[in-house]
Design a protein. Structure first.
Ligand code: FAD
Ligand code: UDP
Length: 370
């Protein structure tokens, strides 16, 4: 029987370990250098308040992929949840993404009506328009609108988040939050959306609760002495190769988690602050699972540069240069038999959880369960 090692107990590593255990009926050792499973989706129940906290930032599961939804649904029931964040613009709370509804929150009725008509006429109701695309408009009204949204929602948030202007980062990043020609004020429109009823950590623990799976925490790959037929590595690919071609850059975050002695702090789960302060957003955790307490827990999110040994890798900084560097590592990796890089760090990709799971299901069916 093949000996399998999975490095990293995030959602990618956990799904793969469960597939090997269940579908191949093979033994698998899953290690993580942290003292918990869950990777960046890790959450925990705060003992004093009973509130479930997303330690590494707000995580909302959303997908159009029924297979992915069904796979995870074997390990959790769902708390049905639609993310409707707010943004603080010119001292007022409004909806984000910028929708037709937002027009009426930031402009006079007459002006909002005019812009609504123009947007619908130009793009059609229900269209999603990335801000950098809207900025290419020559029409005076749309030019005014795109400048307004760019200045008030995007340029300062992106500069805080990435240390770069929207034009200087991969356009797919700001396109994650397009201007939405609709009155649908949800952040995502996917068919399936929710939060695991007992949290992400519990969902992942359920996935790993199998006689073929052994989990070893506080264990770094470099401390593993045994040899394995297959190694699935969801850590950073440049670290695996001792940075021999140089470091792949990442953006990191610092979370200031605070318990506040009042029932609610803000009126939505996430409030973005594009233009004020050094943080980007504040998350109020009790909203995720509609938990009740006379106290509340918030986390204030400060972007910062990633430095090896100092903080965590969160977002790959994708551009042509970093992609070429990644490919150099990937070429070396492909030459090593039985070694596979998986997940957000292994693939150096800005994956949401659903795509991380989709990629693992696809990889398992194509490469492993042939
Ligand atoms: P990770 O979760 O990063 O897991 C990798 C694991 O490998 C870690 O536990 C790490 O400790 C371990 N590891 C690394 N190297 C080693 C080593 N050498 N030895 C041992 N262990 C090692 N997605 C959504 O779908 N919805 C959201 O709302 C959402 N919000 C997000 C908010 C933030 C702030 C961030 C940063 C991400 C968000 N995501 C969201 C994305 C989501 O976090 C990822 O898709 C998901 O965590 C990827 O899982 P993974 O297993 O590939 O990687
Ligand atoms: N963004 C912005 N202003 C906002 C929200 C998002 O400029 O109020 C930009 C920013 O560049 C950010 C990107 O859109 O990095 C993607 O935002 P998303 O909310 O998807 O980021 P995540 O939740 O993954 O951190």
């Amino acid at each position: 029987m093949a000996k399998n090692l999975v490095v990293g107990a995030g959602i990618s590593g956990a799904v793969l370990a469960s597939l090997i255990a269940e579908k191949l009926n093979e033994k698998v050792l899953l290690i993580d250098r942290r003292d918990v499973v869950g990777g960046n989706a890790y959450d925990y129940r705060d003992k004093k308040t009973g509130i479930t906290v997303h330690k590494y930032g707000p995580h909302i599961f959303h997908t159009n992929n029924k297979e992915v939804w069904n796979y995870l649904s074997k390990y959790t029931k769902w708390h049905y949840f639609f993310l409707k964040p707010n943004a603080m613009i010119e001292g007022n709370i409004c909806n984000i993404p910028f929708t037709l509804t937002t027009l009426y929150q930031v402009f006079s009725r007459n002006m909002a009506e005019k812009l609504e008509e123009k947007l619908i006429k130009t793009y059609g109701y229900g269209k999603k328009v990335p801000i950098l695309q809207l900025k290419e408009q020559n029409d005076d009204d749309l030019k005014f609108l795109s400048d307004y949204i760019y200045e008030n929602m995007f340029v300062n948030y992106t500069t805080k988040q990435w240390g770069l202007k929207p034009e200087e980062i991969d356009p797919s990043v700001t396109a994650r939050v397009p201007v939405y020609v609709s009155h649908d004020t949800r952040y995502f429109q996917d068919k399936y959306q929710g939060i695991p009823q007992n949290g992400y950590t519990k969902m992942i623990e359920n996935m790993l609760d199998h006689p073929n799976i052994k989990v070893k925490l506080n264990t770094d790959y470099k401390d593993v002495k045994d040899s394995f037929d297959r190694v699935f590595y969801s850590g950073a690919i440049d670290e695996y190769f001792d940075y021999k071609y140089g470091e792949l850059p990442y953006r990191s975050l610092k979370f200031d988690i605070q318990t506040i002695d009042k029932e609610y702090y803000q009126n939505s789960v996430v409030t973005n602050y594009p233009n004020n302060y050094d943080f980007t957003r504040i998350t109020e955790h009790k909203y995720f699972l509609d938990e009740k307490s006379d106290k509340t827990i918030i986390s204030v999110e400060y972007p910062e540069a990633f430095e090896v040994g100092k903080n965590e890798r969160y977002y790959p900084i994708s551009n042509q240069k970093t992609q070429e560097l990644y490919e150099k590592y990937k070429n070396d990796a492909d030459k090593i038999k039985g070694l596979y890089f998986i997940g957000r760090l292994g693939g150096y990709k800005y994956y949401n959880m659903d795509l991380a799971v989709e990629k693992i299901l696809e990889f398992f069916n194509k490469e492993i369960n042939k």
